[in-house]
Design a binder for this molecule. Structure first.
Ligand SMILES: [Cu+2]
Length: 219
């Protein structure tokens, strides 16, 4: 927790400098300093702090596919270019905690988000289906899992969040499994404001707005 006090000081300096606005387009120092006011203002919620103690597994400012490397926006109207995405993950050997931090999405809006099976690519589809710990045998290519027995936030990693007035937000998910020879490879932010849970629609969250490739460690 000591780190957070330093971070708050750094954030205060940044804000005093009048740099509280949109997402930084580049440069790791400003983006990491700006990433932390959201963290500080949201406060410690549950296991969020423990997932934050290490470095981000992946972080990047979203760019259109023709210029993106690891962080993509497929819809700049809803996920503006420059939106900063950062993902953290820790495991205690039994559970896995994943945190998503966003900076610079639209303000005061819900966004559904999940860990997906594949890395990001030129289109949102490249990331494949949601990562599932127990894979739904009824799902397959072009046929997403919509059975709540599999498409649920204990078997998948759901990171739905609500942004603040600056468009910043975060979500933390703790799931009762660890990664094996299979691990997710990205986090997708969707158009829907929350992930559906009802049978036949479970896991659905609308079009894919943004994607961050994340090298989640395999077990
Ligand atoms: Cu998703």
């Amino acid at each position: 927790m000591r780190r957070w006090r330093l971070v708050v000081v750094a954030a205060a300096v940044v804000l005093a400098g009048g740099c509280g606005g949109g997402a930084p387009a580049g440069g790791s120092a400003p983006s990491s300093a700006a990433a932390d006011p959201a963290e500080a203002s949201a406060g410690p919620t549950g296991g969020a702090a423990s997932a934050a103690d290490g470095p981000a597994l992946a972080e990047g400012a979203a760019a259109p596919p023709e210029r993106a490397a690891d962080a993509f926006t497929y819809n700049p109207a809803l996920a503006p270019e420059g939106t900063n995405l950062a993902v953290y993950s820790t495991s205690d050997g039994t559970n896995t905690t994943v945190r998503l931090e966003v900076l610079g999405l639209l303000p005061d809006r819900g966004y559904a988000a999940h860990a997906h099976a594949n890395a990001c690519g030129p289109t949102g589809d490249a990331a494949g289906p949601h990562f599932q710990n127990r894979q739904d045998p009824a799902a397959g290519p072009g046929k997403p899992s919509t059975d709540p027995a599999y498409a649920n936030p204990q078997n998948e990693i759901w990171l739905d969040l609500t942004t603040d007035s600056d468009g910043d937000g975060e979500a933390t998910a703790t799931v009762p499994f660890t990664f094996t020879d299979r691990a997710p490879a990205s986090v997708i932010v969707h158009e829907a404001m929350a992930t559906a849970t009802e049978p036949g629609k479970a896991g659905s969250a609308g079009t894919r707005l943004a994607c961050l490739t994340v090298p989640f460690p395999k077990g």
